[in-house]
Design a protein around this ligand. Structure first.
Ligand SMILES: O=C(O)CCC(=O)C(=O)O
Length: 292
């Protein structure tokens, strides 16, 4: 049974409406084209509740636009959203999005960052970039970053829908931030989610309307690279302790492939929260007693 929260009849759980085969189809499109839009992935009441809560945060935290062209001179961004309340905890684990990203990366993936991006009227287009261009690996390479943009309002060409350069995820280089490139707008209705691989060239669009384009940038990385926002230091342990287990894992309280992330051979969940969690380390597969 789905119960509702007092917040405008918002269900307290997010319903999975795409099955595993559909998730695989979306993931294959990300591998082939570099991106895909999942229409109607999110309950519109959740999108509206996020919209309202971002306004509250902006007011309470005194958030104003940054002073650089990359973040935008008319764009407000709120970072480290997982510290700001349970509504944001639903985002990284959403059942219509996470399974797709798990297929593009693998289930050992991590949250890289969670931030809002509200592109205001008169904003100009963001420089085209790829989200892995600071990582010194030869390109093309297997996906190590997979990012998603939740449409909290409709995304249109006029209001600043994310611009994409299809196929560029297979290029052997990253774009020049001062360059200008052919791109298409990822138009989508409120409640839809854009998923793209970190090598795809893209950028926020210019906003030529009177209204804001609000998106939630839910970014993931492979479990073996560093998260963009430091989740273990950025989220106080007392907050992370009450997260559901999967969310804790995505924050980095997990061990990738039986080795990466252990603390003195202990599971980080046990070490930090005293959780009842044994570390299954890769070394344990070759214990002397098992070999005898
Ligand atoms: O706002 C957008 O549509 C894209 C933003 C983006 O790519 C970024 O800030 O890295």
């Amino acid at each position: 049974m789905t119960t509702t929260s007092p917040r405008a009849g918002l269900p307290v759980t997010d319903e999975r409406t795409i099955d595993d085969a559909a998730a695989e189809d979306y993931a294959q499109q990300v591998r082939d084209e570099g991106w895909v839009v999942v229409p109607d992935a999110i309950d519109l009441r959740l999108a509206d509740a996020i919209y309202e809560d971002l306004l509250r945060l902006e007011r309470d935290l005194g958030i104003v636009p940054a002073d650089n062209l990359f973040e935008g001179l008319h764009t407000t961004r709120i970072y480290n959203l997982l510290v700001h309340g349970p509504i944001y905890e639903r985002i990284p684990v959403h059942p219509n999005v996470l399974p797709i990203v798990e297929k593009v990366l693998d289930p050992g993936l991590l949250i890289s960052s969670l931030s809002s991006i509200a592109i205001g009227p008169d904003e100009s287009a963001q420089p085209i970039h790829s989200d892995d261009q600071l990582i010194p690996l030869p390109k093309p390479h297997p996906p190590i970053i997979c990012n998603t943009m939740w449409a909290i309002t409709d995304f249109t060409e006029e209001n600043g829908a994310t611009r994409l350069c299809p196929g560029t995820h297979l290029a052997d280089h990253s774009p020049d931030p001062l360059g200008s490139y052919e791109s298409i707008p990822a138009e989508m209705s409120k409640g839809s989610v854009l998923v793209w691989v970190g090598s795809l060239w893209h950028g926020g669009g210019s906003n030529r309307t009177e209204a804001r384009r609000v998106g939630m940038a839910m970014n993931y990385c492979a479990g073996y690279i560093r998260q963009q926002e430091n989740q273990q230091l950025g989220i106080p342990v007392d907050i992370a302790r009450r997260f559901p287990r999967r969310l804790q894992e995505l924050c980095g309280y997990s061990i990738y492939n039986g080795l990466i992330g252990h603390i003195d051979k202990e599971h980080p969940g046990k070490f930090v929260f005293g959780a009842d969690e044994a570390a299954e380390l890769v070394w344990d597969y070759a214990r002397v007693e098992d070999l005898q």
